[in-house]
Design a protein around this ligand. Structure first.
Ligand code: ADP
Length: 191
């Protein structure tokens, strides 16, 4: 089984590249951001609670996203592997994911970290905000808060995965095709 974590700050291209990866390697895409937005669209209680935090650029509680991931893993037993996008975002989420995958006997093979400069991230997100309809993409102070959340809570995960010898840095600036080629070269070492 091929389990991959796509890691990187908001706007680093995880969603775009996750789509390319799942098509090429026939894996299942698990994006907690997409799952949360589906809950918001469905106006569920979970969605309404999550929206309040997402609109401020804050993370939703670990228990919420861990529960959603657990359901998806249980519901996709036949999958050839998963691409985790936007999850894990905290050390607690990463430990929970390791525990869940251990139950299935299929640990994470590789963590691909997309490296993009701060100026480029802000530019991309505000550009995406013009068409994505996402409130959290349209306001510069919310975008800044997401980057702060990333730096304080998510970036420490890089050392968590480096300690497991799973972290690989990939230059996340350049054309989508170039970046996908670099990601594929790394994935091929594990598939
Ligand atoms: P981006 O990577 O561009 O910030 P996402 O769609 O991954 O976009 O996430 C949007 C928002 O959803 C985040 O700012 C956060 O509020 C919430 N979110 C998504 N995934 C998680 C997670 N794993 N843990 C906590 N909050 C999350």
């Amino acid at each position: 089984m091929l389990n991959i974590v796509l890691f990187g700050p908001p706007g680093s291209g995880k969603g775009t590249q996750a789509q390319n990866i799942i098509e090429k390697y026939k894996l299942v895409h698990l994006s907690t951001g997409d799952m949360l937005r589906a809950e918001i669209a469905g106006q569920t209680e979970l969605g309404l609670e999550a929206k309040k935090l997402m609109d401020k650029g804050e993370l939703v509680p670990d228990s919420v996203v861990i529960g959603m991931i657990e359901n998806k893993l249980a519901g996709n037993k036949e999958a050839k592997g998963f691409v985790f996008d936007g999850f894990p975002r905290t050390v607690a989420q990463a430990s929970a994911l390791d525990d869940l995958l251990e139950k299935y006997g299929n640990p994470i093979k590789v963590v691909l970290s997309l490296v993009v400069s701060e100026e480029e991230l802000t530019r991309r997100i505000l550009e995406r905000g013009k068409t994505s309809g996402r409130a959290d993409d349209q306001n510069e102070s919310i975008v800044r808060n997401r980057v702060v959340e990333y730096r304080t809570k998510t970036e420490p995960l890089a050392s968590f995965y480096a300690a497991q010898s799973k972290l690989v840095n990939i230059a996340g600036e350049g054309s989508i095709e170039e970046i996908f080629a670099a990601l594929s070269a790394e994935i091929n070492k594990h598939s």
